[in-house]
Design a protein. Structure first.
Length: 93
């Protein structure tokens, strides 16, 4: 069931979550995640990053991220690389 970021923060306080964006949009160079599905959660950022990398490798067409639930919002700066490829740099805004 898709969740809003505020719901994820309530359910998984002070944890790293790996999630798939269910509903998202781009505006003015930023990616806004409106709803998401949590895939996994971790206490350690390195474990979350390993899981993210594996999922991204196995399912490159899915919009998967990992972030700490202390982050106030899901406004993510987009950086474009080449033709039809993009990656996101996580920047607190």
């Amino acid at each position: 069931m898709p969740l809003r970021w505020e719901e994820v923060q309530e359910r998984f306080p002070e944890e790293w979550v790996v999630f798939e964006a269910v509903d998202a949009h781009s505006q003015d160079g930023f990616r806004y995640i409106d709803s998401l599905t949590v895939i996994d959660r971790y206490d350690d950022s390195l474990d979350a990053m390993k899981r993210y990398k594996q999922l991204h490798k196995d399912q490159p067409g899915k919009e998967i991220y990992f972030l700490h639930t202390s982050r106030p919002d899901l406004k993510i700066e987009e950086k474009w690389i080449g033709f039809k490829r993009w990656r996101c740099i996580y920047q607190m805004v």
